[in-house]
Design a protein around this ligand. Structure first.
Ligand code: AMP
Length: 182
């Protein structure tokens, strides 16, 4: 059983690595960003609520993603393991996740932190060409990461669940490292 939380700044490679590892392990890759983008595309109630925050590079309100994750982790496919990519992103979300998991008798193995220098992140994000990847929004997203998400590194360190990976390498190198660590 594999249950992992992928941490790291936008552009750190979490999504790419999560896609590969989830396929190898046959477990769901749960990306709150992907779920929210689909909701925006489908103009659902969730999407309409989330869109303005996402366009600015801000986090959507905790309650929206908390409800989404509670629902997603209750799906049958999530009973065999999962990789959470982009959740939690605030201490409130991380605390919620701990409570939810103890409620449903699950534990995560590790929080994996993908470490990548800021200038590399900016270059990668600029090259990605997603709608929320304009330079101004990128700067905002990195600031939001530092202010609201980076504190989770200590959160998981204190729980002795943190594993760090050097994400400033090629995708296969990072993937190989990840396999070794797990
Ligand atoms: P991502 O694809 O993970 O970079 O997420 C894209 C955008 O979705 C973020 O910039 C946020 O606006 C929103 N988002 C994704 N996950 C979360 C989360 N856990 N908490 C709040 N907002 C989120």
């Amino acid at each position: 059983m594999t249950r992992l939380i992928f941490l790291g700044a936008p552009g750190a490679g979490k999504g790419t690595q999560a896609t590969v590892l989830a396929t190898t392990k046959s477990i769901p890759h749960i990306s709150t960003g992907d779920i929210l983008r689909a909701a925006v595309g489908n103009k659902t109630e969730l999407g309409l609520k989330a869109q303005a925050y996402m366009d600015r590079g801000d986090l959507v309100p905790d309650q929206l993603v908390i409800d989404l994750i509670r629902e997603r982790l209750s799906q049958p496919d999530a009973a065999v393991g999962w990789i959470l990519d982009g959740f939690p992103r605030t201490v409130a979300q991380a605390t919620f996740l701990d409570d939810l998991l103890s409620e449903i008798n699950q534990v995560y193995d590790h929080a994996v932190n993908f470490e990548v220098p800021d200038e590399v992140l900016v270059q990668r994000l600029l090259g990605r060409g997603r709608k929320d990847d304009t330079e101004e929004v990128i700067r905002r997203r990195l600031q939001v990461y530092r202010d609201q998400t980076a504190p989770l590194i200590d959160f998981y360190k204190e729980r002795q669940r943190l594993v760090a990976i050097d994400g400033d390498r090629t995708q296969p190198d990072v993937a190989a490292d990840l396999e070794k660590l797990l």
